[in-house]
Write a protein that binds this ligand. Structure first.
Ligand code: ZN
Length: 384
């Protein structure tokens, strides 16, 4: 029974439309008048259905925390990589009708160059993570589920999380981007992935436009490689980082912080180590939001992480279609500057990932993300 315990905390009904359709088809085929071919088809579909369900019901093995000591950085300066920003043209891969605006990933890169915030030399392309890296967080059965969905037409009916083979490939690249941002941060204090932030992905199921939890995978991989022991996630997306909170729920090495709108998806919330839950009717503006963040230095001091991942969500923006916060573009920029300055002051390597952003005008979303880039770039320059 304990294998199914995590489903109690699930924020989704246990079946997607795709699974219901397959199940009903199987019953129809078994009960129908048909001959052998119908029985054969029903059996094949039933196996497929079980494989999909097993992905969500079969929990991943418990993470075995390595006992070997950390690999300390040598005192001799490494040849620094010039690039601190991670991006790949593959980030734009998505269904044309998909609600989250994947086009923004092209525009961010394009405008960062066009407006001379960055040059091409500032960028580095990530390589995709391998399945064994993803399996540090996600169950093998769940990864199979994603593959099975991605190669059949049912990929379109997977709730708000459609997936194709190309998208799955892209997601591995984005996860590689977040991992690379962390690696660069460990070497040079800061690294930024112009993507990622899939904080709604659970160990065994997808939700909220998130299939693979890039931040959790990066942390687990770095722990396995003995580059870090402790980590912290500062999640400033409008929505609670429920997947991340669930993955690290009983893990003292990873501290999860989330500031979010309470009367909004996900329902129910998971427990982060520190949740700041604000309501729409509290009129959360720039001042109020920044005031709430003043708890961060104390939390960092108490947890003492070797690495921080900062999720700079663009959806607390006042014109966001999904949310009810009232932050301005300048307010969001001040938020980025505050969080990153706090991290820099205590000298803790920080990786930045993007998140959210559903304003009707895509230029607003792009501008908010560009502001994050500006803040990171400025801090990096000040560090030289
Ligand atoms: Zn969000």
């Amino acid at each position: 029974m304990e294998n199914f315990e995590y489903l109690a905390g699930s924020t989704r009904p246990p079946f997607t439309l795709a699974e219901i359709i397959i199940f009903l088809t199987v019953i129809y085929l078994f009960m129908g008048p048909g001959g052998n071919w119908q029985i054969l088809l029903a059996v094949l579909l039933l196996i497929y259905w079980f494989a999909l369900m097993a992905g969500k019901l079969w929990p991943p093995p418990k993470f075995d925390f390595p006992k070997t000591p950390l690999i300390r950085k040598s005192s001799s300066p490494n040849t620094p990589t010039k690039a601190n920003f991670i991006w790949s043209p593959e980030y734009k891969v998505g269904f044309w009708w998909y609600f989250p605006p994947v086009k923004k990933y092209v525009l961010i890169h394009h405008r960062a160059i066009e407006e001379r915030i960055l040059t091409e030399d500032d960028f580095i392309k990530p390589t995709p993570l391998r399945d064994q890296d993803l399996a540090l967080v996600h169950g093998r059965a769940y990864l199979w589920r994603l593959y099975l969905l991605s190669i059949t037409p049912l990929c379109f009916l997977n709730g708000e999380n459609p997936i194709s083979f190309k998208i799955l490939k892209k997601l591995k690249v984005v996860c590689g981007g977040t991992y690379l941002a962390c690696k660069i941060a460990l070497e040079q204090q800061m690294g930024m992935n112009l993507g990622g932030g899939f904080h709604h992905a659970f160990a065994c199921h997808e939700e909220g436009f998130c299939h693979l939890n890039d931040m959790s995978i990066a942390i687990r991989k770095l722990q396995t490689e003995r580059l870090i022991n402790r980590a912290m996630i500062i999640d400033c997306d409008l929505h609670q980082g429920n997947g991340t909170a669930s993955i690290f729920e009983s893990d003292e090495t990873v501290f999860t912080f989330s500031i979010h709108q309470d009367d909004l998806y996900p329902y129910p919330k998971q427990y982060s180590n520190c949740d700041i839950s604000l309501l729409r009717n509290q009129r959360v503006d720039d001042k109020r939001y920044l005031e709430e963040l003043k708890i961060l230095p104390t939390l960092i001091q108490e947890h003492r992480p070797d690495l921080i991942i900062y999720l700079a969500g663009a959806d607390p923006f006042q014109y966001d279609r999904l949310g009810g916060f009232l932050l301005t573009k300048q307010g969001l920029k001040d938020r980025d500057a505050y969080v990153l300055r706090v991290c820099a002051e205590v000298d803790i390597p920080t990786a930045i990932v993007l998140g959210g952003g559903y304003a009707p005008n895509i230029d607003d979303i792009v501008e908010i993300h560009l502001n994050t880039i500006r803040v990171v770039h400025k801090l990096l320059k000040a560090d030289v």
